[in-house]
Design a binder for this molecule. Structure first.
Ligand code: PMP
Length: 417
């Protein structure tokens, strides 16, 4: 045991609790959460094993469920043209590109994906990376550093927050979608920093609302700041042709310095992209650590997202159905008295419950009634904001939406009675 003499002598006491990862309190917190499931008598909602394709329905443990927990928004993971393109790519290029694209060379397929994505987004060029999360972490850490300022929406995704921490820049969140508060921060602090980066999401993955893009562009121009928009949930879902919030708000695409998005949602693959001017993308292509020092996209993933992008454009009825489902689910949920917060114009609809226990119980009873929906608990959101988060897809049927909203309202009323 350490004594006062040891402390004076600068001897650091051996603390057995920090000598093993197994003894970390953070690890014990997971035990506590898992015990909570059994104490409440609810099934563990995590790591369920799907026995086939996950779209608007899924099979778990031999039973069919309605699913609202996948962001396979347009049903393109599982589309025959996408599957066939993946088969061809694997036959031709194998299962890995086996090196960084910078050194080990490129494939036509990956470049094709990047140029078609850039055309779709209305930018000069685009760079694809193996992970959406790593794309944000690496890009933000690369754009700014100590002496710089990042101002981000308070609901920004974990990958944005991790990028902020890695960058060493000063970080200031502004209240969700509050452009006036953002401007206030910039008015007070702009002069003290070299570069200023504003980071927002196109569509927010917890609340299902859109960024005020025109307002953000106005502020960024007046304060000499850079603007980065994460379109993980808006690409393929928002805008008349699914090209995201740039299309939705009809802004000059070059007014956003860096468009970021993921290949893992509407685009039926795995990875992230960064799109912008030729010079910006060239700089990233030759220097971005998460790209240069990481393996290139697998042929299967590049082929899946390229084929998905093409189907998205040739089968516009998918986007139309997704939109109808999103509007109709929101209307049904509101008519049933469910608290849907600020959701609008996206296929993400929250039902804000405001305490973890009721949220978990509700997800558990819905599971018994054949509905899978994600409970979003603290610390992913504040305890007062715990919720069920519904992802709609183009494959959901009107009767399924009606059954779900009615069942959620009835079960919530029963739990609160
Ligand atoms: N940004 C946002 C807004 C996200 O919601 C996610 C994850 N769903 C990511 C980035 C990370 O993307 P990926 O899961 O493709 O790594």
């Amino acid at each position: 045991e350490a004594t006062a003499i040891d402390a004076l002598a600068g001897v650091v006491a051996f603390d057995p609790a920090t000598a093993s990862i197994d003894d970390f309190p953070e690890a014990a917190a997971i035990d506590a959460r898992l015990r909570e499931f059994s104490d409440l008598g609810v099934p563990n909602p995590y790591f369920r094993k799907h026995q086939g394709l996950l779209t608007s329905t899924t099979t778990v443990g031999g039973r069919q469920y309605l699913s609202f927990s996948s962001y396979n928004y347009l049903g393109l993971s599982g589309h025959p043209a996408v599957t066939a393109a993946v088969h061809d790519a694997v036959e031709r290029y194998g299962t890995s590109v086996s090196g960084s694209r910078l050194l080990a060379g490129d494939r036509d397929l990956t470049r094709q994906l990047e140029t078609e994505l850039a055309t779709f987004l209305g930018t000069d060029d685009c760079l694809a990376l193996v992970s959406g999360h790593a794309t944000n972490v690496s890009a933000i850490g690369h754009l700014v550093g100590p002496g710089d300022l990042i101002v981000h929406d308070s609901l920004a995704h974990d990958s944005i927050l991790q990028g902020c921490t890695l960058s060493g820049a000063t970080r200031r969140p502004f209240p969700h979608n509050d452009v006036a508060q953002l401007e206030d921060i910039l008015r007070r602090t702009r002069a003290r920093f070299r570069r200023v980066l504003i980071v927002v999401e196109g569509a927010y993955s917890m609340d299902g609302d859109l960024a005020d893009l025109p307002g953000l562009i106005d502020v960024k121009k007046r304060y000499g700041a850079l603007l980065m928009v994460d379109e993980a949930h808006s690409i393929g879902t928002v805008g008349a042709g699914g090209a995201g919030v740039g299309e939705h708000f009809a802004v000059e695409r070059s007014d956003v310095d860096l468009w970021m998005g993921t290949l893992s949602k509407s685009l039926a693959g795995c990875g992230g992209y960064l799109a912008g001017s030729s010079r910006t993308v060239q700089w990233l292509r030759y220097s971005l650590p998460g790209f240069v020092y990481s393996v290139g996209l697998t042929p299967a993933s590049a082929a899946a997202s390229l084929a998905a992008l093409r189907v998205l454009r040739t089968e516009p009825s998918r986007l139309a159905r997704l939109r109808e489902n999103a509007v109709s689910f929101l209307q049904l949920a509101q008519a049933a008295g469910l608290p849907t917060g600020s959701a609008s114009a996206t296929p993400i609809v929250p039902c804000v419950i405001g305490d973890s226990t009721t949220t978990l119980r509700l997800a558990g009873t819905l599971y018994d009634r054949g509905i899978i929906v994600d409970p979003i608990l603290h610390p992913a959101v504040d305890e007062s904001q715990t919720r069920l988060r519904f992802f709609l897809t183009s494959d959901h049927e009107p009767a399924q939406l009606e059954y779900t909203t009615t069942t959620v309202a009835a079960e919530l009323a029963r739990l609160r009675a």
